[in-house]
Design a protein around this ligand. Structure first.
Ligand code: ARG
Length: 289
């Protein structure tokens, strides 16, 4: 892992993490029978920000907007992509559901104000940012086939990356087959580690088809870690890697210990408000930029 670069995360405070009655249940985890407990949500969000900060990250803030509760899940707003000359660039998201579409303008404004070059996919191509496309070494894993992104998006991302000033990046599509695992980051997470430690790939097998599972198991020089159904449903895969530490939702039965057994420093935090009301965990709440 390149520890010389300080991790930077864009986060959006949960001031407006309140779902209006008209907001649909846009993923199967969202419990629309109960309201968000604002105080708990703020505490959990702050604990996450503090944990990242303590592990050496810098946090940038996106101002929350009334009526856009899912904006807290900044991971979906864009995908930061490398460039050979150090230029900051992102591919802007295009949300599938009406409920989230207005977020795009706010992400756009933030990236523009902060000097990023902003790339776009053609209109009508759904792309939910870093939640659906995860970079690992020179590979970009892209989820498709569940309820959000279809395979249609994949070649456009590949073409866009190919056209940019950067080294070679291989786009690896991973097919999702369960509606409960609607974004790649709900069921797949690579852990890039410092020298002398093998990289790890954490994933939930039942979220993928058989070919994809064999593809995951064949990622060179990695140890695949298959998580149990229980650990997957408490969003165990949705952790953030920050300077060799892993910050994950509490409540996994086995995953935290398995990672510790591999020498990973794991910190478990309470994320219930975001998981139960929004269907997203710590990774979703942080956008690596
Ligand atoms: N309610 C949000 C949605 O369904 C949650 C997004 C979670 N983000 C993620 N990267 N998985 O869009």
């Amino acid at each position: 892992m390149d520890n010389t670069k300080k991790p930077i995360f864009l986060m959006c405070p949960p001031d407006h993490f309140i779902y209006p009655d008209t907001y649909r249940k846009i993923n199967s985890h969202m419990n629309r029978m109960r309201a968000v407990n604002q105080e708990r949500a703020c505490d959990q969000w702050q604990a996450l920000a503090a944990a990242l900060f303590r592990n050496g990250a810098e946090i940038k803030l996106l101002s929350p907007v009334y009526g856009l509760p899912d904006m807290v899940f900044t991971r979906n707003g864009a995908l930061s992509i490398p460039s050979v000359d150090g230029e900051k660039q992102v591919i802007l998201a295009a949300f599938k559901y009406e409920e989230r579409r207005l977020e795009r303008a706010h992400f756009f404004a933030w990236f523009q104000r902060h000097g990023y070059s902003i790339r776009y996919l053609p209109e009508h191509i759904v792309f939910e940012g870093n939640g659906e496309a995860i970079m690992f070494r020179n590979m970009l894993f892209t989820g498709y086939g569940s309820t959000r992104m279809t395979f249609q998006t994949v070649p456009f991302i590949a073409a866009l990356l190919y056209g940019q000033k950067m080294g070679y990046i291989e786009v690896v599509p991973l097919r999702l087959v369960s509606e409960d695992f609607y974004h790649l980051d709900t069921c797949f997470m690579p852990i890039l580690r410092s020298e002398n430690h093998p990289d790890l790939i954490v994933y939930y097998p039942d979220a993928f088809d058989r070919y994809t599972i064999s593809r995951i198991n064949a990622i060179p020089d990695t140890i695949p870690i298959a998580v149990s159904k229980y650990d997957a449903y408490v969003f165990g895969c949705n952790f953030v890697v920050c300077n060799d530490a892993v910050i994950m939702p509490n409540g996994t039965v086995k995953l935290a210990d398995t990672l510790r057994a591999h020498g990973v420093s794991v910190m478990e935090i309470e994320m219930s408000e975001f998981i139960e009301c929004g269907g997203g965990g710590p990774f979703c709440l942080t956008l690596a930029i």
